[in-house]
Design a protein around this ligand. Structure first.
Ligand code: ZN
Ligand code: ZN
Length: 77
């Protein structure tokens, strides 16, 4: 599965917990949003698989139904 930069479309590199785009010199995190209520989802890691939990709906959302976006993070240097 390929992770592409939302800005330039280049493949992102996974590096110490974040996704890095070298051409943009930017770092991204993967963030899930609920399809039902648009609330930010909590990511749950279990045995190599990822699922998301919506605190608003009080429901577990599968990776395929969650709205996954890459969000740019500002790294403090
Ligand atoms: Zn980029
Ligand atoms: Zn929800």
């Amino acid at each position: 599965m390929e992770n592409l930069c939302p800005d330039c479309g280049q493949a992102l590199m996974w590096e110490s917990g974040v996704y890095v785009c070298n051409p943009c010199d930017n770092t991204f995190i993967k963030q899930g949003y609920c399809n039902t209520c648009s609330a930010q989802l909590e990511r749950l890691q279990a045995c190599g698989s990822t699922s998301y939990f919506c605190h608003e709906c009080n429901e577990l959302t599968s990776r395929s139904t969650a709205n996954i976006v890459f969000e740019a993070t500002k790294t403090v240097s």
